[in-house]
Every structure is written in C-alpha cells, then in structure tokens.
Write a protein that binds this ligand. Structure first.
Ligand SMILES: Nc1ncnc2c1ncn2[C@@H]1O[C@H](COP(=O)(O)OP(=O)(O)OP(=O)(O)O)[C@@H](O)[C@H]1O
Length: 638
C-alpha cells in the first residue's frame, strides 16, 4: 500500500479497493503531517487515533481526534475551548486543522497523548483507598475550577472522560460537548446540552420533563456550574460505593428534597465522614444547596486530606465481605415502583437492564479479587510492566518458553522425518493451499496460567460452530503436493520449531463458510447487525500499550472488546482463529464470552472482510498488527 494511495483516500484490499473511512484509518495513514499508529476509540462526534509526527518513527505520541462527519463544527469549538483552558489537569491542545479525505473535509484536533486509564478502570483495577480517591477528586475540581474561572464548562463530566496517568495524575479529556462564554451556537434545535443522562442534575431533568410538555418552546437549557458539580458528585459517589446515586426520576422526589440521598456509609462503611459530606453536598437536590464554586470544594477536599486519619488509608472494598447493601442496586429497588416520564418507558426499561448488567459486572470483578487477589495483583503488575515498556523481556512467562521451544524443535524434526520415510504419504493433490496443520477453533492452546476458558457450548452448538477446514484435513490425513512437502521439509529442517511456525505463515484464509443459524439468532438478539463493528484488543495474552504493535501468529486467538456494539458489551472475550498467510491477517471469531460469563455463538471477522495487511517489520509466522483493532459482524465468513 503506497503512502500516496493512503493520502488519496483509498487503499488496496486484496484484489479490489475500498474507500478509506475516517472511522477506521489503518496504521500508517497520513493525516496532514501526522501518521496514524493505532485507533484509541470512538465517541459521539469522532474517532481518536494515536499518532506520531510523520517521519519520526520513534517520536512522541499524540492523540488525534478526527471528526466523523465532514465539516463538523463542534471541533472548532472544542479547539477554541482547549486553547482557553490551559491547566495541568486538562488535556493540552497541540494543533487543529482540516484533513481532506477524497472530496470531503474532516476537522481534526491533535492533543497530548495521555497514557493511563479511565477513572473507572483505574478504580476497578486497584480497589483504591479513600485518600487516593480524594486526591483525584481534588485534582478534578481544580481543573474544572480553572475552566470555570475562564467562563468554560465541560458539560459531559463522567469517570470515562477522566484519564488517570501512571503516576496518579488526572487529565480531563473529551471537551467536545463543552461550552465557553461567547461560544457560537451550533444547533438551533437542541435544547439539552450534549451529555450523559446518568449525570444529569435534578434541575436539568425537571426542565427536560417540563419542556416535553411544551413542545413548541425553543429556549435551550442553561447549563450551570451547579450542573457540573452534580456530575462530579455522581462520578465520585460511584467510586466510593460502587453504584450510582438514585435517579431523581425513578424515586419519589419528596424524600430526596427533604432528606437528600441518604448516607453513603450505609452503602459502604469505609467512606470517611468528611468525604461523604462533601459528596452529598455536590449531590444536593436543590442547586442552591450545592457549594458556591468548584475552587472552594477543591480547597475543602485538600483540607480534609490534611487531617485524614488511618481510616482513609484502607482499601474501600474488602476482599472478604461485600459492602453492606452494595449488592442491592438502586434500579433493582426502584424497578417496581419508580414513576416513569411519559414517552421514556422503553428507553428506561433498556437503561435499567443495562445498569443491572453493569452492576453484575462490577460485582464479579470484586468477587474475582476476593477469590484470587494474588492473580489479580499479578495481572495488574504484568499490565503495568508492559505499559512501562518492559514488554517481552520482563514477561513472567519468558522462561517457560524455553522448554516449549525445545519440545517444538524435537517435534518438528520428527515430523519432517515421518514425511520423508512413511510410504504413501506423498502424492500430488491439486488445490491444497495450507501447508501446515492449524488447530480448529475448539482446539485452543492450553490456557496461560490463570486464564480461564469459557464454559463449553452444548455439543450441538459446538458442531454447528466448528469451521469447516477441508484443506486443513487434507494436510493432516491426506497426501500433500510434493512441492508443498518440499517447502514444509525445508522449513522444518532449516530451523526447527521456530521455522515451523514461520512456515505456518504460508497458510491463507480458509474456505468461505456460512454462519450457523444459532449464531445469527444470538447476534440478532444482541442487536448486532451485519457489517456492524467495534474496537477490540487483538490479544488478551499480550497486554501492553495500546498504541504499540504486537506479534500475531496462525492459530487460536482470544480478543477483548473495548467498545460496545448493539448489546455486546465492552469486556467481552472473543474466541477465534487467525490465519496470517499471503501478506494479510484474516481472522474469524465463533464464540463470545460476555462479562457475565454467558457464552454465545457469533460470526465475526477480525478487522474487515479482508482482514488486515501485515504491518512493516512482519515476517512469516511473526506478523505485526495493531494492538487495538476491530471486529466486524458477518452473516457468512467470506
Ligand atoms: N488525549 C488522549 N490521550 C489518550 N487517549 C485518549 C485521548 N483522548 C481520547 N482518548 C481515548 O480515545 C478514546 C475515544 O475518545 P473520544 O473522546 O473520541 O470518545 P469517548 O470519550 O470514548 O466517547 P464520548 O465522546 O461519546 O463520550 C477513549 O477511550 C479515550 O480514552
């Protein structure tokens, strides 16, 4: 693929050409003077990529957010806002511009690249202490105070938009919904600020309810600092008690007005009283009862930290016991009786179901920690080392590879000897394309230490889901072409097991196969439409920095979704098979294990219909691919 063809908006895929999409730019694509390294994710308005300055292969990483729609005006506003709000805890704007992709113009922003994880991921992986949470709260409030002092507001504050760096510093991301005094009005029709309903304040919800009764009214909602504070309150409430506060529209309002939300300590006795009182004031039902300004609350948190006692140093959640009523969700409690706003019934039912699912997931993570804290600690340490760039050299399994390689060497020599000496094995068969046997999707490799395989499917499903691999069978049990044999022999003899794997790189994609009815049905139930797609981490066994590449080989693969699609949530494991021959990596996933351990049959391909092209530096048997890529829903494997 030439750079020119990338810049022209087209790139080669097998025999044909497809249009380059702003949502799925492959690594190496040039966006003006920036070169795409990987895809970080997609939001409401655009897709964010990690990039480097073109021509600086080892240069610093940046985050480039590219608009989905041509001429998106929110981008200029986000750039203007970020240029105004310069603060150590606000993501720094480097530049912005417009990229021509074919005939259309896509605005983009380049920001500092913030290595770390979202606030919610950070908390889930660490079981932090109240002190650690309060330190982050103080930083968040200081960043917002800086914005408010310059007349700007984030308007979509939530834990997902807060990145925590490896050294525990906070950066507020995604100011795309933000606003500043004097900002141009972008829509004449939208009356609610863009944002996430979970974090809407009671006054905003009330306004929405009354606006729905006055459909002709045109005035937009005036978002205020009090709304922003409420969103901060929701975020830190969730961190401290592992559930969201009661939604003002789902519970009877009178008790909320008169008594507030109720004690956080009832939900988690480990929340210090001072911290609890700050959060409850951020979440006060009436806006005028919330604190005066974000800067003053930040100072209050810092003062509380200065006098914090030992209770602030304990992890917020125990390994052994559940939080008292943490297992009861607000939504479960409200399910039967909460008043529902007219017209919101279906949306609410769905939101409730999603929330209950989310609570189950959170609970599972906590239980995993309880069952096996050592394993969780080990996984975290491994991810941390990888993120630090320790990579393979510091991988705990590196010594285990030595005996495996030695055994492989022996087997490869033996295989070669057998092929040469057993009569009748060699005879020409036209059309055989695969040179080396590859395990089917259910002959997964032995799990790595601690890695659980998903529960097995029922036999029937299993048969339905097994990919037909006639060519592979031919290699295993039938004669192969003399030329192919010669190549296989040369490979195996040349360098033993390592070269044997390398020769497996000669495999190309398997035959087209229909998708079993069971998988089609399961995907339909999850609202996964054909051609739908979402991001994945290519290989859960190779943790590390998302912006770096990894090495893939022929054989089974377990990927992890990092973006939801339809009702297939983030955190789903996809079980499948990769083929790396012919300069491309093709993959098929046939099973998905949801975070709640349900296993369903699926038909998904790795990347797009033609898989992905080898990245530079690949060689047969060790192919470089982006660590973050995507799956695509298919109704038949191409
Ligand atoms: N400056 C950055 N450095 C590192 N990662 C970033 C940066 N900006 C965004 N990301 C990551 O890129 C992904 C996509 O971000 P984006 O802002 O496009 O959408 P989002 O925040 O996921 O969704 P939404 O805008 O709908 O809330 C997120 O996972 C985010 O953490």
């Amino acid at each position: 693929m030439s750079r020119d063809s990338l810049e022209a908006g087209r790139f080669g895929l097998g025999a044909g050409h497809v249009l380059l999409s702003a949502e799925w730019l492959p690594p190496g694509t040039r966006v003006e003077r920036w070169e795409v390294v990987g895809r970080l994710g997609a939001g409401g308005y655009g897709t964010t990529y990690s990039v480097r300055r073109a021509g600086r292969a080892r240069g610093r990483l940046y985050a480039l957010k590219l608009s989905r729609r041509p001429g998106e005006r929110w981008f200029a506003r986000e750039a203007a806002l970020l240029a105004r709000v310069r603060h150590r805890a606000v993501v720094r704007l480097i530049t912005h511009g417009i990229w021509r992709l074919g005939p259309v113009e896509h605005p983009y922003l380049v920001m500092e690249y913030v290595e770390g994880e979202s606030l919610y991921e950070w908390a889930l992986a660490r079981n932090p202490t109240a002190r650690q949470v309060a330190l982050l709260l103080a930083q968040v409030l200081e960043a917002l105070a800086a914005a408010h002092a310059r007349g700007a507001m984030h308007r979509d504050f939530k834990g997902d938009n807060v990145q925590v760096t490896l050294d525990g510093k906070v950066k507020l991301l995604d100011w795309g919904a933000g606003w500043y005094a004097g900002a141009p009005t972008l829509t004449q029709t939208a009356r609610l600020p863009p944002g996430s309903p979970r974090y809407y304040s009671p006054q905003l919800l009330r306004w929405r309810a009354s606006a729905e009764r006055r459909p002709g009214a045109l005035e937009p909602y005036t978002y205020s600092v009090a709304d922003e504070m409420y969103a901060v309150g929701v975020t830190f409430y969730r961190l401290l008690v592992d559930q969201y506060p009661a939604l003002p529209w789902l519970v009877p309002i009178e008790p909320l007005v008169s008594q507030g939300l109720g004690s956080l300590k009832d939900l988690n006795p480990r929340v210090p009283t001072l911290l609890e009182s700050i959060i409850l004031r951020l979440l006060a039902f009436a806006p005028e009862q919330r604190p005066e300004g974000t800067a003053s609350v930040a100072r209050e948190v810092r003062r509380a930290l200065a006098v914090a006692d030992a209770a602030w140093e304990a992890p917020l959640f125990g390994w052994r016991e559940r939080t008292s009523s943490g297992s009861r969700t607000t939504l479960e409690a409200a399910e039967a009786k909460g008043p529902v706003m007219p017209g919101q019934e279906v949306a609410l039912r769905e939101a409730r179901a999603r929330h209950v699912e989310e609570v189950h997931r959170l609970r599972e993570v906590r239980e995993l920690r309880q069952r096996d804290p050592a394993k969780v600690a080990e996984v975290e340490a491994r991810a941390f080392r990888a993120a630090r760039g320790g990579g393979w050299r510091s991988h705990p399994l590196r010594w285990a590879v030595v005996p495996v390689l030695l055994a492989g060497l022996l087997l490869a020599g033996l295989a070669s000897w057998r092929l040469e000496h057993v009569p009748g094995v060699v005879a020409p068969v036209p059309g055989v394309q695969q040179m080396a046997p590859s395990p089917g999707p259910y002959q997964a490799r032995a799990p790595l230490a601690g890695e659980a395989l998903p529960p097995a499917l029922f036999q029937q499903e299993k048969e339905d889901m097994t990919l037909r691999a006639p060519r592979q069978a031919a290699v295993n049990s039938s004669p192969v072409r003399a030329g192919a044999l010669g190549k296989l022999k040369r490979c195996t003899l040349a360098a033993g097991a390592v070269a044997f794997t390398a020769c497996a790189g000669a495999q190309i994609r398997p035959d087209p196969t229909r998708c079993p009815e069971g998988a089609l049905e399961a995907m339909r139930k999850l609202s996964m439409n054909e051609t739908g797609s979402a991001s994945i981490l290519t290989d859960i066994n190779q943790p590390g920095n998302n912006s770096e590449e990894l090495i893939v080989r022929d054989g089974p693969i377990v990927s992890l979704t990092v973006e939801s699609y339809g009702d297939l949530p983030t955190g789903t494991r996809l079980y499948g098979q990769l083929w790396t021959g012919g300069g491309r990596v093709t993959g098929r996933y046939t099973r998905a294990e949801l975070p709640d351990r349900r296993v369903i049959p699926v038909c998904l391909v790795y990347g797009n219909l033609d898989g992905g092209e080898w990245l530079p530096g690949s060689k047969a048997g060790a192919v470089r691919m982006p660590r973050t890529w995507a799956y695509r829903v298919v109704h038949a494997f191409p």
